[in-house]
Every structure is written in C-alpha cells, then in structure tokens.
Design a protein around this ligand. Structure first.
Ligand code: UDP
Length: 322
C-alpha cells in the first residue's frame, strides 16, 4: 500500500514507518520537525517537511494513497493545561484539515494515534473501550475530539477508520540496523528520565507520590513496547472496514509501579539510580491498565515484548547509542 505517515519523524511514528517499510509498503512521511527529528525518518521513506494542516492536502493531492497513519500531534499534558489553544489548533484543527484532504482525495483508510488520556480517571481497571471518556486535560480532550470526527467521517463518508488508544509507550526499536526511540527536548516520561539518571545526565528521579492506593504507594501504569504497538498498526490497516470506526486499547495488560520501574532500570543498567519521593503530579490517576482483549479478538494482536526488563533494556540500548 502507498501510505502517508504524519508525524513519522517522532517516536512512535518513526518506529511504525520502519515496520511499514519492512512489510513492503511505500511510505511518505509528513512532519514539521517541531518535536521530531529528520534522522529518525527511516531510510526508504519519502520525507516531506511541512505543517500538517497546511500541507496534508498537497501531499495527498499527488494521488494514489491507500491510507494514512496519523501520529502528528502535540502530546504534553502539562503544556495542554497551560496553552490549550496549541492543542485545539495543532491537534483538532490540523487533524480536521487532514480529514478533509482524506475525503477530497478518496483515501480509503486511516489509523489514528489516540490515547488512554481520553478516558480520564478510570472507574474500572483494566480499562475496556466501553469505559466512559472523560478526559481530565485538553490533550486528552483534543484526541477524543478527533476520535469523534473519525466516527462521523466513517458513518457519513465511508472511511475505514481505526483509533488506537495507547497506554504508556516505552522501549525502542533496536532490532537490525535501525535505532529508533524516545528523544524529547523536554523529557517528562518516566523510563527515559530514570535512564538519564543511570547515564549520569540527571542526579535523581522524583517519584511523584508514595501514598497512592497501590501496593507500594507509587502509581501503576501499563508499559507497552513500541514495536508491539507498531505491530498493532499494521494489523489495524489490514483489518479496517469501510464505513466503520473501530477503537482499540493497546497495552500489555499488566501494571508496574513507579518503584518497580526504577528497580528494573537499576537491574538492567547496573547503576544505583537515586530516587526521591516528591509530591503527587497534578492530574495523575493512581492506576492505568488497559484491557486489550478487543485488539486481540478483532485484530489478532498479542503483544510479545511485555517483559519490563526487555522494554527497559531496549530503551537503554537506544539511549547508549545517542
Ligand atoms: N513519574 C514519576 N516521576 C517522573 C516521571 C513520571 O514518578 O519523573 C510517574 C508519573 O506520576 C506516572 C508514571 O510515572 O505515574 C508514568 O508517567 P509518564 O509521564 O511516563 O506517563 P503518563 O502515565 O503520565 O502518560
């Protein structure tokens, strides 16, 4: 298939682009490099530098596209609270323009990078796709708005649409000759932060709260290997049905606490990694774990890289190469 990958210079987008190329697809990456990296675009992909809303029409207008994988987004929860306008413009408005270009050019399918943040504070864990969607920040709300757009475009215009709601994406694509992983100018995610401490570029990691209602008092999350996530995108492309919008949660189905993650990083790296307890971070739910039963049943997807040490080891290998 000939595919447009928006945000293909970013973490998840670049890894998915690599998997798509390996599966024999033709890949065009569109990215404005605001947070992505030119050298993360895998060899073999055509690269177009441009802002999504302004450029998607031009790119899709060149014709022959069989699908879009839409990763380009702003994705910092804290920033979304302080500057919601950036999320309505960068996520919602730009995605609307992309969808219009998809419609005008009769592109049949689209896979969207959605998020567990669309659910907000869960009532039930593991979280199924039928859980209420009550995002607690503009980032989650902007992603949910795009999910709603996709439902309407599937119903009205026959688009085969799939939203994949990621839980905590982690690890790196380090198989073969490529090295693709998480590289943010401002790092907020737990595993890369802990590995920065191991590498000596940060003094200690803060554990945001040790009085949560969890077994060891720190927050529990569901860490999914980025290569497992990429596998789900390829299956979603294959299984998409015209006129339907499918939504799938993607996680490993197991929860690890912040303390367990720090321990795993100590074991993998052999570094002591000082950790200090800090106040809770605003907006953090205590426990987020996915039920991916639907993805298994309907996409035939089963994550295979679920061992936390493996996830951390791949991220560490990537960090060591930088
Ligand atoms: N966390 C932490 N210290 C950090 C960064 C994150 O204790 O320096 C915790 C955070 O409160 C959450 C978990 O680690 O419970 C995962 O946070 P991350 O930002 O990686 O992902 P999120 O779950 O917010 O999407």
């Amino acid at each position: 298939m000939k595919l447009l990958v928006t945000g293909g210079a970013g973490y998840v987008g670049s890894v998915c682009a690599a998997h798509l190329l390996d599966a024999g697809h033709e890949v065009v990456v569109l990215d404005d490099l605001s947070t992505g990296h030119r050298d993360a675009v895998p060899d073999g992909a055509t690269f177009v530098e441009g802002e999504l809303g302004a450029t998607a029409g031009e790119v899709l207008g060149t014709g022959g596209f069989d699908g879009v994988l839409h990763f380009a987004a702003r994705s910092l929860v804290g920033e979304s609270v302080e500057h919601p306008e950036k999320y309505w413009a960068g996520n919602v408005v730009a995605s609307f323009r992309l969808l219009e270009a998809v419609r005008e050019n009769a592109v049949p399918r689209l896979v969207f990078s959605s998020t567990a943040a669309t659910y907000g504070e869960p009532e039930q864990v593991p979280i199924p796709e039928t859980a209420p969607t009550r995002p607690t920040n503009p980032y989650g709300a902007s992603k949910l708005a795009i999910d709603h757009m996709l439902t309407s475009y599937a119903n009205a215009h026959g688009l085969a649409a799939t939203s994949l709601r990621y839980f905590n994406v982690a690890g790196a694509h380090v198989g073969g000759t490529r090295r693709l992983g998480e590289r943010h100018a401002v790092e907020t995610h737990l595993i890369p932060i802990v590995l920065q401490v191991a590498a000596g570029t940060r003094d200690s990691v803060s554990i945001y709260g040790d009085d949560w209602p969890t077994p060891d008092g720190s927050c529990v999350r569901d860490y999914i290997h980025v290569d497992d996530l990429a596998d789900a995108h390829l299956l979603a492309l294959e299984k998409a049905v015209p006129g339907r919008h499918a939504v799938f949660n993607l996680g490993s189905g197991q929860g690890f606490s912040v303390r367990e993650v720090v321990e795993a990083c100590r074991a993998v790296t052999g570094h002591p990694i000082p950790a200090v307890v800090a106040p809770r971070r605003a907006g953090d739910p205590a426990v987020l774990v996915a039920s991916s039963a639907e993805a298994t049943a309907r996409l035939g997807w089963t994550p295979s890289r679920t061992d936390l040490h493996r996830i951390v080891a791949d991220a560490w290998e990537f960090a060591g190469d930088r």
